[in-house]
Design a protein around this ligand. Structure first.
Ligand code: ADP
Ligand code: ZN
Ligand code: ZN
Length: 699
């Protein structure tokens, strides 16, 4: 054993180790090699690292060190760019390098034993399947597309492609990818989408475009819906360079791609790009970093960009230089499908507890009679958010959370959407025995039922009764169910689709001419400063579902209806004009005045304990420990507060906000402060878990 190497392992959380351990070996595997190394009585997957952050056993002689168990043969070492990406992500998001490195690898690399691995290597690769399909119909680019593509070709980027829904952004991605593939025989492309249910559609479009020329193996998917075996196979295809295009969700940002030259982040504003556990990374932000690192171009695309990206792509003004991104605009919709007319209903003028105003109902009847489709959006699943007793005031609280259990009528359960606790609906009030307990408020289930009654007498053009469907997390719990239901909508088997935000994203429903948002007011007055931004983009996306087909708009223009108690709110005014820039400008002005992101940088520390006091006292002790340094660096440490939903699954949750006008300084503070937090954990034994969330999306 003549050498000492540093190996990144996923060491247990909060062990205080950064993940790099020193091992002995006879022959030095090159950095980036995958190895198995013993830790305690276990054997873990690790990556040989070149620059350990801290060698835990610097003084030990190679003779005293344990030896690595084996090297995973047949896999080329991970590139230094890949290692740097991982190292950066770990440092930036305050996690261990080993954790991020191992989490970024397919689980089978971890789980297969050496024998299994050897067997897998021996398996003959399947021959390339010929892709049987005619050369695709490639539309000639529009003037806007031509301009945008020329800009992408000549500038280094990163680019923010600000294009209306249906303006042909995807076509731009396809053409930019085509250019990269044609330009270099090895070049690889990474395309990311926010949600797993959007991958099949995009995958199909990429396949028809590229497989005839580059073969069926030119594209692989990467998302959590794959089996471990598929994931390994696709990962290896990308790692070996065989797959030229990787299409995936946020996890794909860590795909090993030795010849990466283009990264596309579609719907870049989508919160799904932020990982919500472990290393809470933003795949969009890492894409920008990775692009820079690898010299790959990055295109962020959206009809409603995040305010961060909008700000980063601002044009120069007399007082301020331009942002770092290049903004490319495609304002026109293809095929002249006009954006819908936005109609606001003032709910103050409607009878108490109106669900659908009469005007809206009439409009819906008229359209389904003509064979057009309607989307009804309500961001609340279940039948009713609360069940209550009118006699004694009992409400269906969750015994384990500070939240109500939702009434689901279809299976007659009370279900907690936070901890999952489910019970049959009681026959009588559990507190006073009153038989008259009833739902308060409404969710998608109830809406579906209610609409069936309201539209019972309406007929489709073929004389059949209309069909109503519902798509939300409940109706699509079973695998394949969402695809099946979406296919039905596409096939025209559904006239009215009721659903949560799931139906607003990305789907290309051709026959939809009316979209209704029933109760969007909550976000207007939320304590989360990002709520208006999310609402606006949701409504713009939803509006984008309507009128995608000009041929469907002969009878009357397509419409988006918004029922609100605050119809004159500036957000709805901007929506009416389809004016994202106006909305963004107004929001950014507010953010600047309040020094909120993107004009400041934030991190959250969250802690969980059996009692709120324990969680808060840990955070406040951490605040005391960091106070001097924070003062010096001009970092603001706010007092600990309970989280919005304070208790989940019997765990009290508290959080503390850290804010600074400089990203670098905030990073410096967090790096030092980590040590305090780890140390305090030792004296605050009641704290079950704590975590830092850098650039948090929900506060
Ligand atoms: P986005 O991604 O911005 O929503 P898409 O790329 O999906 O837009 O384009 C919307 C529709 O217009 C699609 O049906 C697409 O096939 C079509 N399309 C895109 N570019 C062109 C073009 N240059 N000529 C004709 N049709 C196009
Ligand atoms: Zn009661
Ligand atoms: Zn609960």
């Amino acid at each position: 054993m003549s050498h000492k190497i540093s190996v990144m392992l996923h060491t247990p959380a909060h062990s205080g180790l950064v993940g790099a351990l020193t091992y002995a070996c006879d022959t030095l595997p090159p950095p980036g090699s995958l190895v198995r190394a013993p830790l305690g009585r276990r054997e873990l997957l690790g990556v040989v690292w070149d620059h350990p952050m801290r060698v835990d056993d610097e003084t030990a002689e190679p003779m005293q060190l344990r030896a690595i168990s084996s090297t995973l043969h047949g896999i080329a070492p991970l590139s230094s760019n890949w290692r740097q990406l991982v190292q950066f992500a770990a440092t930036y998001y305050q996690r261990s390098v080993g954790e991020v490195a191992v989490a970024a690898l397919p689980s089978q690399l971890r789980d297969l034993s050496s024998e299994q691995w050897a067997r897998r290597l021996k398996r003959k690769p399947k021959a390339t399947i010929a892709y049987e399909s005619a050369a695709p119909d490639i539309p000639a680019p529009t003037t806007e597309q031509t301009q945008v593509l020329a800009d992408i070709d000549t500038h280094p980027g990163p680019f923010l492609l600000f294009g209306n829904t249906g303006s042909g952004k995807t076509e731009v991605y396809l053409r930019a990818a085509q250019a990269v593939l044609a330009h270099s025989p090895q070049a690889q492309i990474l395309v990311m989408v926010p949600e797993i249910n959007l991958t099949p559609q995009l995958e199909a479009r990429f396949r028809t475009r590229f497989c005839p020329q580059w073969g069926a193996n030119c594209l692989v998917a990467m998302h959590s819906g794959l089996t471990p075996a598929q994931r390994l196979k696709n990962w290896l295809a990308a790692h070996s360079g065989e797959a030229r295009i990787v299409l995936g969700t946020r996890m794909a940002v860590f795909a090993s791609m030795p010849h990466l030259q283009l990264i596309v982040v579609d719907e870049e504003h989508d919160p799904s790009y932020k990982q919500q556990e472990g290393a809470r990374y933003s795949a969009r932000d890492l894409a920008i970093y990775r692009g820079q690192l690898e010299g790959a171009k990055v295109i962020l695309g959206s009809a409603t960009p995040s305010l961060e990206s909008w700000h980063h792509s601002r044009p120069a003004t007399p007082s301020e230089p331009a942002g770092r991104y290049m903004r490319l605009a495609m304002p026109s919709r293809i095929g002249q499908g006009a954006l819908p007319l936005v109609r606001r209903v003032d709910m103050n003028r409607q009878p108490y507890q109106t669900v659908f105003s009469n005007h809206l109902l009439d409009a819906m009847r008229e359209r389904v009679t003509r064979g057009e489709q309607i989307l009804v959006l309500l961001n609340r699943r279940g039948y009713a958010p609360v069940l209550s007793c009118h006699d004694c005031g009992w409400k269906s609280e969750c015994p384990h959370c500070s939240a109500y259990r939702v009434f689901h009528k279809l299976d007659r359960t009370l279900r907690c959407h936070h901890c999952g606790f489910t019970q049959p609906v009681p026959r009588a009030c559990p507190s006073c025995g009153n038989l008259d307990i009833s739902p308060l408020g409404r969710g998608t289930e109830q809406l579906e039922e209610h609409l069936a009654e309201l539209l019972a007498d309406v007929r489709r053009p073929d004389g059949q009764p209309i069909r109503i469907a519902r798509i939300d997390a409940d109706s699509t719990r079973l695998k394949g169910e969402l695809e099946r239901q979406l296919a039905q909508v596409h096939a025209g088997a559904v006239d009215v689709l009721v659903g949560t935000q799931m139906i607003a994203k990305g789907h290309d429903f051709r026959r939809v001419t009316l979209v209704a948002a029933l109760n969007p007011d909550g976000a207007l007055f939320s304590s989360d400063f990002r709520a208006p931004e999310r609402l606006f983009s949701l409504l713009m996306q939803a509006a984008g579902r309507a009128g995608r087909d000009a041929a469907m708009q002969t009878a009357s223009p397509c419409e988006m209806w918004v029922q609100s108690f605050h119809p004159l709110h500036p957000l709805f005014e901007a929506l009416k004009q389809h004016d994202y820039p106006a909305f963004a400008e107004q929001q950014l002005k507010e953010r600047e005045q309040a020094t909120l992101p993107p004009f400041s940088f934030q991190a959250l520390v969250r802690a969980e304990a059996r009692t709120q006091e324990a969680a808060q006292s840990f955070l406040n002790a951490a605040r005391d420990a960091g106070a001097a340094l924070a003062d010096e660096l001009l970092v603001d440490l706010y007092p600990a507060v309970p989280m919005t939903i304070q208790r989940v699954a019997n765990m009290e949750r508290a959080q503390m906000l850290i804010e600074c006008t400089s990203r670098k300084v905030l990073q410096r503070f967090l790096a030092h402060w980590q040590t305090d937090l780890h140390a305090l954990r030792g004296t605050h034994k009641q704290v079950m878990r704590w975590a830092i969330d850098v650039d948090p999306l929900a506060i």
